[in-house]
Every structure is written in C-alpha cells, then in structure tokens.
Write a protein that binds this ligand. Structure first.
Ligand SMILES: [Zn+2]
Length: 462
C-alpha cells in the first residue's frame, strides 16, 4: 500500500459541517459568483448580532500542532503544500462525485503540477460544486481569510501567495480567535495530540485502536507491556486511559465507520480464547470478532467513565466517496439506545446528527439523560438539515445537551469558514423559532451563550 493510501486510511480512522426570519430578505447575493453574505446586522437584528459576538467552543477538529504545520513541506497525505490543500478536505469528494477522474484528482493535489496550472483541472467542475456545504466553506475561507471573492484563473495566483504568507507563528490563534471567534478547539488525532497550546487546542483520546482497529502496536509498546493474554491487553488500555485521560477532555471512537454500534456487554471468559486467535492472527468468525470488539468497547468505555471522560462517537454519514453503507448506518440510532441503556453513567456525545437520520437522534436526546448531541461537521454536509435539526432540537430536548459546532477539519484555515456557516444556521434556527412564535426574542438571545459555549464548559470541565 502506498504511503499516501496508508495516511488516507489513517485519517479515516482519525475521524470523521441558516437565516433569520428577516434573513431571507436580508441575504444579498451579488450578481457575481461571490460568497453569499448576510447583510451586516444592526440594531434592528439583535439576535444576528448576538450570534456573531458570542464565542464558540469548537468540540471537534483534526488539527495538528501549529509548529508542525509551519514546518510541513507536504500535506499529511504527502500532497503538495499549496492552495489546493484548502480544497482537499472534504471538498475533494465533491469533485470526484461530480465526475472528476481519480487520475485528475490525484494530479490536482500532487506536487507534479505547478500550483498555477492546477486551476485548469478544476475549472469544469467548480460551477457544479461551489454551492454545496463543502464548496461554501471553501468560498467563506477565500473571502474571510484571504479577501478573495471567488476562485478563478486569475485569483489562484493571489491565493497561492496568500496561502503561504498566512502560515506563520501565531496563525492558529489569528484564524481561530480573531477571524472565527472560537475560544478553543477539541482535537482528535490518532491516538492523542500533545498540545503545544493547551488553552487553544484541547485533546481527545482516540480509543478505536484499543478496540476494533487491529490494536495499533504503539499502544502496547508505549505501555511497555508484552501482550500474551486478554488481561495483558486490559492493562494496556488501563495505561492509556489513566495516562492520557488526565490530559484529555474526552475519548473518541470511530467504530461506526467499520460496523454498527450494537455493542453488548460480554464477559472476559467468553472472549479470552477469541483474543488469543486474534493475537496469533488465526481466522475468526464474524460472530467471534463482534464478541471480542463488544467486550473491548465496554471495557474501554467503563474505564473512561471511571475517569470522568465523556465518550464521543462517530455516527451517520461517512467522509470520502463511493463507500457508504446506508443500510448499516440506518441502524446507528437504534444501537445507540442500547448503549445508553447499558451504561446510564456514561455520557455519550453523538456526532454529526447521524446524518441523514437526524429525526431519530432528536428522540434519543429527548429520551436518554446520558445522550448529548454534537453537530460537528453537519453544517457542511447539509447546511439546511443542520439548521432544521437545531431548530427542532430546541423545542424537543433540553438545551443543556447540545453542542452546535465542530469544524472537523485538518487544515485550520477552513475552520473559521465552517464557524461562519454554523453561525448563519444558528441565527436562522433561532430566528425562525422567534418568528413562528415558539419562543420570545429574549429567550432566543439567552440560548446563544448556553449552546455556543456554556454547555461545552460544563461537560468538558473547561
Ligand atoms: Zn472528525
């Protein structure tokens, strides 16, 4: 497997983006192809102004440390460190789905072409993908970070220069706080990011490598444990949860990228022999594999819960293209009910509104005290679905269990754009609730602090 493929696969393991009642009439879409923009709010739109002025706590990103970005000669996929990095995550999937060949896709992001020659490859597709959530995020980034109205053959030269000029010490804080009005981000890297700026980048411990991802050997190596039995592997998990749990804000699992979340509590004596099969690389039946993963999931989740760490779970839509098994994803909400019932003390934070099955997630948030909803990534998967989810959530489930924003990005430059799209959606959801007389304006304004940062401060102890 090429290093590029390995890194792409690694990333998959690491993971997983509205308008006031007054809004529709307020939006000014210039005659050119520039990014749609809300009119500057004034006294007549206090809700919109409040959402702009209120800082967000960003509960999910995949950012590396700033010093690594500054030193990087290539991107994490071994691609060119040029303006196309801004179109790589997650926008590249829209290009392929729109019809770009894999060969052209790979050349577009590679070091083989001059950065200024690359526009020709994307030009036929740009008009068809610039309106998606991923495309809108790119355009917000062009405008808000680089002052560029739209991607064109001419603007690419300016963008290439501005892209490199922006990457310098302090650029993370500038982009996140000055442009994005984001107080802090919670970062999910494999398995853990030792943050250089702990007040800005906080960290999740990724647990999939302890459960279903072939047990990344780095876990046992660092714990200095020679694994011969299931009990040894338990000690490896204990080491990681104890050591990194003190520094982490939560643990994170991407299990739903590989199987459903229907984990059943399974005692060790039922899986210790299966564990030896796995250790010796002997074939396992699908039932055996599931039992072992079920056991390890609960062992790890219980240790995290004892450490006071919330458990973040990917649910719903898959990143990438051409591989999403919607039949299985549809089972996520029902499986989550099983998790919430089996571990009432565990606080499950459920990601991405389980898109497209978000109506089911509203019922889970309403019914289970230990189910929290994190809207990370959903604003750019389908901005209007995310707006509808938030609007319905606020009249369905308690407001102290929702986190409305996580950019879910590797390039930090794209985070302020996602925050702008989220603020547009938050404004629209609240304004519609006011205009349709489900709540008073003052109540909507009071909810902004609660959902945009107070909930995160409470759950994650920030
Ligand atoms: Zn993610």
């Amino acid at each position: 497997m090429k290093p590029t493929d390995l890194k792409r696969r690694d990333f998959v393991r690491y993971s997983a983006l509205g308008l006031t009642g007054a809004t529709l009439s307020q939006i000014s879409v210039p005659a050119s192809s520039a990014t749609p923009e809300l009119k500057k709010p004034g006294k007549e739109d206090p809700l919109h102004q409040k959402v702009l002025d209120t800082c967000l706590i960003d509960t999910h990103e995949h950012l590396m440390n700033e010093s690594e970005r500054i030193q990087a000669e290539k991107t994490i996929w071994d691609n060119a460190n040029d303006w196309t990095f801004l179109l790589s995550h997650y926008f590249d999937s829209d290009l392929v789905v729109a019809g770009m060949s894999q060969e052209d896709h790979d050349r577009f992001y590679s070091t083989a072409l001059d950065p200024l020659e690359k526009w020709k490859l994307i030009e036929p597709y740009w008009p068809h993908v610039k309106h998606t959530g991923y495309g809108l995020n790119v355009r917000h980034t062009l405008k808000d970070v680089y002052g560029i109205d739209d991607l064109t053959g001419e603007s690419v030269r300016k963008l290439e220069e501005a892209y490199h000029a922006t990457i310098k010490p302090g650029f993370y804080k500038h982009l996140l706080r000055d442009i994005g009005n984001i107080e802090s981000c919670q970062v999910n890297l494999w398995p853990f990011l030792e943050s250089e700026q702990p007040d800005l980048l906080m960290c999740d411990l990724h647990i999939s490598g302890m459960i279903e991802e072939n047990w990344d050997p780095r876990f046992a190596e660092e714990a200095k444990i020679d694994v011969k039995t299931l009990a040894d592997w338990h000690r490896v998990i204990d080491y990681w949860i104890t050591t990194y749990g003190k520094k982490a804000v939560a643990v994170k699992s991407t299990m739903a990228y590989h199987r459903d979340l229907d984990c059943i509590r399974t005692p060790p004596e039922e899986v210790d022999k299966i564990f030896l099969k796995k250790l010796n690389k002997e074939p396992m039946t699908p039932t055996e594999q599931k039992s072992l993963e079920d056991h390890l999931f609960w062992y790890t989740v219980d240790r995290a819960t004892e450490m006071g760490l919330p458990v973040k779970l990917h649910t719903g839509y898959y990143c990438g293209h051409g591989r999403m098994p919607l039949g299985r994803i549809r089972g996520n909400p029902a499986a989550i009910c099983g998790l919430c019932q089996q571990a009432p003390e565990t606080r499950f934070v459920l990601f991405h509104i389980c898109y497209p099955y978000y109506e089911e997630m509203l019922s889970i948030a309403k019914h289970y005290p230990n189910a929290y909803m994190d809207m990370c990534w959903s604003w750019i998967i389908n901005p209007l679905a995310a707006k509808d989810f938030l609007k319905k959530y606020l009249v369905t489930a308690p407001a102290n269990k929702i986190f409305p924003f996580g950019g879910d990005y590797i390039p930090v430059e794209l985070v302020p754009g996602h925050a702008a799209i989220a603020r547009q959606g938050i404004t629209q959801a609240l304004s519609e609730l006011v205009n349709e007389q489900w709540m008073a304006l003052e109540e909507a304004i009071n909810l902004t602090d609660i959902i945009m940062h107070e909930n995160a401060r409470k759950l994650y102890g920030i």
